[in-house]
Design a protein around this ligand. Structure first.
Ligand SMILES: [Zn+2]
Ligand SMILES: [Zn+2]
Length: 204
């Protein structure tokens, strides 16, 4: 496994003297935890991040910035890889709580999310991973006109018809098409992105 760079911002000074702090860098993936389970999110290329944090009052801060991960997903119909560059705007309240072992997101009464942290060397892995998942589409097509795969032999119909498609009688043919479309959506629902396997959000 390649070595991971953890996206961090150091807030030790801010905890003593109000002001602002900045951090930037690149990550090829994120290693994070969800429900105590260690998970990994891999990007197709190095993903740049940039964050700045300002003091508000007391133990509260405002974090903003950007994150640009490129995901590699599978076309929902033909399964060929699709690169999907995302451009995320980040913005969240932060609260320092020395009792917090690992940073976690908490919902305030206002419905806003607050990132609670206890280590002044704030690891943004969880936050960036969750922000990425929120912006990820449930399924993608490599082309809106993608013809998918032959249901019989798996031939990629984007490259031309196969013998099965040609041999199927007209009525059956339209039935098969419906089936194919149905299976396409099923696949998209159950298996939104193979590249992000293991990143399911926790059950609500
Ligand atoms: Zn496709
Ligand atoms: Zn075929």
């Amino acid at each position: 496994m390649t070595s991971f760079v953890f996206p961090r911002i150091h807030l030790g000074t801010l905890l003593r003297v109000p002001g602002d702090a900045e951090a930037s860098g690149e990550v090829t993936g994120l290693r994070y935890e969800q429900g105590g389970e260690p998970l990994t999110m891999q990007f197709a290329e190095a993903a740049p991040f940039e964050v700045s944090v300002n003091s508000l009052q007391g133990n509260e801060f405002w974090l903003q910035g950007s994150f640009e991960p490129t995901l590699e997903l599978d076309c929902a119909r033909c399964l060929r890889p699709v690169l999907l560059p995302l451009s995320l705007r980040l913005g969240t309240l932060l609260r320092y709580d020395p009792a917090a072992e690992a940073p976690y997101l908490e919902e305030a009464e206002t419905g806003e999310e607050i990132l609670v942290f206890g280590d002044p060397d704030l690891d943004l892995s969880n936050y960036l991973a969750e922000s990425t998942l929120l912006e990820s589409p449930l399924s993608v097509l490599h082309d809106p006109e993608c013809k998918g795969l032959c249901q019989v032999c798996g031939h990629d119909l984007n490259t031309g018809p196969c013998e099965h498609r040609a041999a199927v009688p007209i009525e059956d043919h339209s039935e098969r098409l419906l089936e194919a479309q149905h299976e396409g959506t099923q696949h998209a629902r159950q298996n939104p992105f193979m590249a992000l396997r293991g990143l399911e959000l926790p059950d609500e």
